[in-house]
Write a protein that binds this ligand. Structure first.
Ligand code: C5P
Length: 217
């Protein structure tokens, strides 16, 4: 069986950084499933599609043909790597991700990412829905304040001034939407290991995931 490590958790919990570093350490592929929802939202916003129209958005998600090349993401030959990280796209992504037809349209592409020698997949439902047989499932959390502070620091590095209270409120609102939606709500898989990184460095968090994986093999 091709090994998969799933890392699920709320917005800005550090999943992406931790997952890509764990993948690099093990020589595994890395699946950023949130990018697929962000790409769907980006395309919908670009085409002025109604974000509540499930039929149209399901078709749009099914027809996406992104290219992942040397750490960059291209959609219809446009480099959208940074554009899909915009806050506006993240908020739209959490809306389109609540539509069952969008989730269904993105199912296959996620499952197909499981290739030798292994995969580290991050998202909200990697352990619970997409790879339920993954040998290691991690649910990475951190307090809203810790996550808002990290986001604040990231934005500051890019020269963007943000307000920490607004960031905290936005994160909490996004968490609420992800946790309360009827389809695939954000929740740890029953057999997931919970890792609270509020007080941990990235290195310590990566080390803990690798240690759990080594204990299995
Ligand atoms: O992880 P990221 O912030 O890039 O995800 C953007 C949005 O996509 C999330 O707020 C969530 O609503 C949605 N998402 C999801 N299922 C996943 C990954 C992301 O619903 N597996």
């Amino acid at each position: 069986m091709i090994p998969v490590i799933t890392i699920d958790g709320p917005t800005a919990s550090g999943k992406g950084t931790v997952a890509s570093r764990v993948a690099a350490a093990l020589g595994f592929d890395y699946l950023d499933s949130g990018a697929l929802y962000r790409l769907s939202a980006y395309k919908a916003l670009k085409e002025n599609a109604d974000l509540g129209n499930e039929e149209v958005l399901g078709e749009l998600a099914g027809a996406l043909a992104p290219r992942f090349e040397s750490g960059r993401i291209f959609l219809d030959d446009e480099d959208v790597t940074d554009k899909i990280r915009a806050e506006e796209v993240g908020v739209a992504a959490s809306k389109v991700a609540a539509l069952p037809k969008v989730r269904a349209a993105l199912l296959d592409v996620q499952k197909r990412a499981r290739r030798e020698p292994g995969l580290v997949a991050d998202g909200r439902d990697m352990g619970s829905v997409i790879f339920p047989d993954a040998p290691l499932k991690v649910f990475l959390t951190a307090s809203a304040q810790a996550r808002a502070q990290r986001r604040f620091n990231q934005l500051k590095e890019k020269g963007i001034v943000a307000n920490i209270d607004t960031l905290t409120r936005d994160l909490e609102e996004r968490d609420r939407r992800d946790m309360q939606r009827p389809v695939c709500p954000l929740a740890p898989a029953k057999d997931a290991k919970i890792l609270d990184s509020s007080e941990l460095t990235i290195e310590a968090t990566v080390a803990q995931v690798l240690q759990w994986y080594r204990e299995l093999t």
